[in-house]
Design a protein around this ligand. Sequence first.
Ligand code: PRP
Length: 180
Amino acid sequence: MAGMEPQPAVMFTAEQIARRVQELSRQISSDYAAADELVMVGVLRGCYIFLADLSRALTVRRRIDFIAVSTYGQQTCPSESLRLIMDVRSDLVGQHVLIVDDILDSGLTLHYLTHILRARNPASLRTCVFLRKPGRLQVDIAPDYLGFDIPDVWVVGYGLDCADRYRALPYIGQVDPQRL
Ligand code: PRP
Protein backbone atom coordinates (compact mmCIF):
# COMPACT_ATOMS: atom_id res chain seq x y z
CA MET A 1 0.00 0.00 0.00
CA ALA A 2 1.29 3.47 -0.86
CA GLY A 3 2.28 5.58 2.15
CA MET A 4 3.50 2.70 4.33
CA GLU A 5 6.49 3.89 6.32
CA PRO A 6 9.35 1.74 7.57
CA GLN A 7 9.00 1.25 11.34
CA PRO A 8 11.82 2.92 13.27
CA ALA A 9 13.87 0.81 15.69
CA VAL A 10 12.76 1.55 19.25
CA MET A 11 15.14 3.63 21.35
CA PHE A 12 12.76 4.62 24.19
CA THR A 13 9.34 3.05 24.66
CA ALA A 14 6.25 5.07 25.55
CA GLU A 15 6.55 3.69 29.11
CA GLN A 16 10.19 4.77 29.46
CA ILE A 17 9.29 8.22 28.15
CA ALA A 18 6.34 8.58 30.53
CA ARG A 19 8.48 7.53 33.51
CA ARG A 20 11.18 10.06 32.67
CA VAL A 21 8.64 12.85 32.11
CA GLN A 22 7.17 12.11 35.56
CA GLU A 23 10.63 12.29 37.13
CA LEU A 24 11.38 15.59 35.41
CA SER A 25 8.02 17.04 36.41
CA ARG A 26 8.59 16.10 40.05
CA GLN A 27 11.99 17.78 39.97
CA ILE A 28 10.69 20.92 38.26
CA SER A 29 7.62 21.15 40.51
CA SER A 30 9.85 20.92 43.55
CA ASP A 31 12.35 23.50 42.23
CA TYR A 32 9.59 26.02 41.47
CA ALA A 33 7.43 25.30 44.50
CA ALA A 34 8.09 28.77 45.90
CA ALA A 35 7.49 30.57 42.60
CA ASP A 36 4.15 32.30 41.97
CA GLU A 37 4.00 31.06 38.44
CA LEU A 38 6.12 29.40 35.77
CA VAL A 39 6.03 30.44 32.12
CA MET A 40 6.80 27.44 29.94
CA VAL A 41 8.05 28.52 26.52
CA GLY A 42 7.90 25.70 23.99
CA VAL A 43 10.13 25.83 20.92
CA LEU A 44 8.00 24.93 17.92
CA ARG A 45 7.44 22.53 16.45
CA GLY A 46 9.20 19.54 17.94
CA CYS A 47 8.34 20.44 21.55
CA TYR A 48 4.60 20.02 21.24
CA ILE A 49 4.15 16.53 22.67
CA PHE A 50 6.81 16.79 25.36
CA LEU A 51 5.44 20.17 26.45
CA ALA A 52 1.90 18.79 26.54
CA ASP A 53 2.94 15.89 28.78
CA LEU A 54 5.29 17.89 30.99
CA SER A 55 2.88 20.79 31.50
CA ARG A 56 0.09 18.42 32.56
CA ALA A 57 2.33 16.59 35.01
CA LEU A 58 3.56 19.69 36.85
CA THR A 59 1.96 20.68 40.12
CA VAL A 60 3.03 24.35 40.05
CA ARG A 61 0.94 27.11 38.52
CA ARG A 62 2.06 27.59 34.93
CA ARG A 63 1.38 29.41 31.71
CA ILE A 64 2.15 28.03 28.28
CA ASP A 65 3.66 30.06 25.48
CA PHE A 66 5.47 29.28 22.25
CA ILE A 67 8.37 30.60 20.22
CA ALA A 68 9.71 29.55 16.83
CA VAL A 69 13.02 29.99 15.09
CA SER A 70 14.23 29.13 11.66
CA THR A 71 17.72 28.41 10.42
CA TYR A 72 19.21 29.70 7.28
CA GLY A 73 22.65 29.27 5.80
CA GLN A 74 24.36 25.91 5.59
CA GLN A 75 22.92 23.42 8.04
CA THR A 76 26.32 21.97 8.86
CA CYS A 77 28.07 25.27 9.38
CA PRO A 78 28.62 26.28 13.04
CA SER A 79 28.14 29.92 12.15
CA GLU A 80 24.71 29.29 10.63
CA SER A 81 22.25 32.02 11.42
CA LEU A 82 19.03 31.74 13.36
CA ARG A 83 16.04 33.99 13.02
CA LEU A 84 13.05 34.44 15.27
CA ILE A 85 9.97 33.68 13.20
CA MET A 86 7.39 33.72 16.01
CA ASP A 87 7.73 35.45 19.35
CA VAL A 88 6.06 34.70 22.69
CA ARG A 89 2.88 36.55 23.60
CA SER A 90 3.82 36.93 27.26
CA ASP A 91 5.67 39.79 28.82
CA LEU A 92 8.56 37.95 30.47
CA VAL A 93 9.81 40.73 32.73
CA GLY A 94 10.03 39.40 36.28
CA GLN A 95 8.68 35.97 35.27
CA HIS A 96 10.16 32.55 35.95
CA VAL A 97 10.76 31.24 32.44
CA LEU A 98 11.45 27.66 31.39
CA ILE A 99 12.35 27.03 27.74
CA VAL A 100 11.17 23.57 26.68
CA ASP A 101 12.49 21.77 23.61
CA ASP A 102 12.52 18.23 22.33
CA ILE A 103 16.18 17.92 21.41
CA LEU A 104 19.52 19.63 21.89
CA ASP A 105 21.67 18.89 18.87
CA SER A 106 24.27 21.54 18.00
CA GLY A 107 22.90 23.63 20.86
CA LEU A 108 22.62 26.70 18.63
CA THR A 109 18.84 27.03 18.98
CA LEU A 110 18.87 26.97 22.77
CA HIS A 111 21.93 29.20 22.92
CA TYR A 112 20.22 31.76 20.69
CA LEU A 113 16.92 31.63 22.60
CA THR A 114 18.47 31.94 26.04
CA HIS A 115 20.38 34.97 24.79
CA ILE A 116 17.21 36.61 23.45
CA LEU A 117 14.98 35.81 26.42
CA ARG A 118 17.56 36.73 29.05
CA ALA A 119 17.59 40.24 27.59
CA ARG A 120 13.91 40.56 28.56
CA ASN A 121 14.78 40.53 32.26
CA PRO A 122 12.94 37.45 33.51
CA ALA A 123 13.17 36.67 37.25
CA SER A 124 14.85 33.40 36.22
CA LEU A 125 15.55 31.55 33.01
CA ARG A 126 16.12 27.81 32.75
CA THR A 127 16.04 25.22 29.99
CA CYS A 128 14.52 21.76 29.72
CA VAL A 129 15.18 19.39 26.82
CA PHE A 130 14.09 15.81 26.49
CA LEU A 131 17.00 14.52 24.41
CA ARG A 132 20.58 15.64 23.96
CA LYS A 133 23.26 14.48 21.54
CA PRO A 134 26.46 15.29 23.44
CA GLY A 135 28.58 14.38 20.42
CA ARG A 136 27.01 17.12 18.30
CA LEU A 137 27.28 20.12 20.60
CA GLN A 138 28.89 23.16 19.00
CA VAL A 139 28.34 25.67 21.79
CA ASP A 140 28.88 25.56 25.51
CA ILE A 141 25.36 25.04 26.80
CA ALA A 142 23.99 22.57 29.33
CA PRO A 143 20.25 22.17 29.90
CA ASP A 144 19.01 22.59 33.46
CA TYR A 145 16.67 19.64 32.99
CA LEU A 146 17.42 16.74 30.65
CA GLY A 147 15.50 13.59 29.75
CA PHE A 148 18.16 11.42 28.11
CA ASP A 149 21.54 11.63 26.42
CA ILE A 150 21.55 9.77 23.10
CA PRO A 151 24.13 8.86 20.46
CA ASP A 152 24.46 10.74 17.20
CA VAL A 153 21.72 8.97 15.25
CA TRP A 154 18.52 10.27 13.65
CA VAL A 155 15.65 9.99 16.09
CA VAL A 156 11.93 10.36 15.41
CA GLY A 157 8.67 10.19 17.30
CA TYR A 158 7.35 11.97 20.40
CA GLY A 159 7.34 15.22 18.41
CA LEU A 160 10.56 14.61 16.51
CA ASP A 161 10.42 14.32 12.75
CA CYS A 162 12.34 13.21 9.74
CA ALA A 163 11.22 15.35 6.78
CA ASP A 164 8.04 16.05 8.78
CA ARG A 165 7.14 12.39 9.20
CA TYR A 166 6.86 10.30 12.37
CA ARG A 167 6.15 13.16 14.79
CA ALA A 168 3.08 11.41 16.24
CA LEU A 169 4.84 8.11 16.89
CA PRO A 170 4.22 7.30 20.59
CA TYR A 171 7.80 6.08 21.14
CA ILE A 172 11.22 7.46 20.21
CA GLY A 173 12.78 5.50 17.40
CA GLN A 174 15.85 5.53 15.26
CA VAL A 175 15.76 5.84 11.46
CA ASP A 176 18.28 5.94 8.69
CA PRO A 177 17.22 8.95 6.57
CA GLN A 178 18.98 7.39 3.56
CA ARG A 179 16.61 4.46 3.61
CA LEU A 180 13.32 6.34 3.84
C1 PRP B 1 14.95 20.91 16.17
C2 PRP B 1 14.59 20.84 17.63
C3 PRP B 1 15.32 22.00 18.24
C4 PRP B 1 16.50 22.20 17.30
C5 PRP B 1 17.73 21.69 17.98
O1 PRP B 1 14.09 21.76 15.52
O2 PRP B 1 13.22 20.90 17.83
O3 PRP B 1 14.53 23.15 18.30
O4 PRP B 1 16.26 21.43 16.13
O5 PRP B 1 18.82 21.80 17.12
P1 PRP B 1 20.15 22.56 17.49
O6 PRP B 1 20.52 22.19 18.89
O7 PRP B 1 21.14 22.03 16.47
O8 PRP B 1 19.92 24.02 17.32
P2 PRP B 1 13.94 21.79 13.94
O9 PRP B 1 14.75 22.92 13.38
O10 PRP B 1 14.21 20.43 13.37
O11 PRP B 1 12.43 22.18 13.73
P3 PRP B 1 11.13 21.44 14.28
O12 PRP B 1 11.12 21.57 15.77
O13 PRP B 1 10.03 22.21 13.64
O14 PRP B 1 11.18 20.01 13.84
